[in-house]
Design a protein around this ligand. Structure first.
Ligand code: TYC
Length: 113
C-alpha cells in the first residue's frame, strides 16, 4: 500500500508566518558608565584633595581621606562611576577648581568595560 510522505501543505500548523524567524529581541542596552579617576602629583596639598573629594563627590571626611591616601600611594584611584554627562561635569568641576587654586591636580574619566 502506498502512502505519501507528509508535505508542508498537509500540516495545518504552518500558515506561512515567518515572524518566528525574523523577530529580534528588543534592545535594552544600558548606556555605558564612566569611571572618574584622580591622579597623584607631588604638589597638590593633601587637604586640598580631601576637600575636593568631599565637595564634588559627596564623600564624608574619612572616605575622602582614605581615597586621597590611595591616590597618594598608588598613583591613581577611581573616585566614582557615573553616566557620561555626570562624569564630564565632575571632571570639569575638579579641573576648574584645581586650576583656580593653582594646583596641578589632574582628574580624568574612562569608560567602564
Ligand atoms: N602627593 C600629594 C602630596 O604629597 C598629595 C596628593 C594626593 C596629590 C592625591 C594629588 O590626587 C592626589 N602632597
Amino acid at each position: 500500500m502506498h502512502r505519501d510522505a507528509p508535505m508542508m501543505s498537509d500540516r495545518s500548523e504552518d500558515d506561512g508566518d515567518t515572524s518566528i524567524l525574523t523577530a529580534t529581541k528588543p534592545k535594552t542596552k544600558r548606556p555605558p558608565l564612566y569611571k572618574v579617576l584622580l591622579l597623584n602629583d607631588d604638589f597638590t596639598p593633601m587637604e586640598f584633595v580631601v576637600h575636593v573629594l568631599e565637595r564634588f563627590f559627596g564623600l564624608n571626611h574619612a572616605q575622602a581621606f582614605e581615597i586621597m591616601l590611595t591616590v597618594h600611594k598608588k598613583g591613581v584611584a577611581v573616585v566614582g562611576v557615573f553616566s557620561h554627562e555626570i562624569a564630564e561635569t565632575k571632571v570639569a568641576q575638579v579641573m576648574d577648581f584645581a586650576r583656580r587654586h593653582q594646583h596641578p591636580l589632574q582628574c580624568t574619566m574612562e569608560k567602564e568595560e
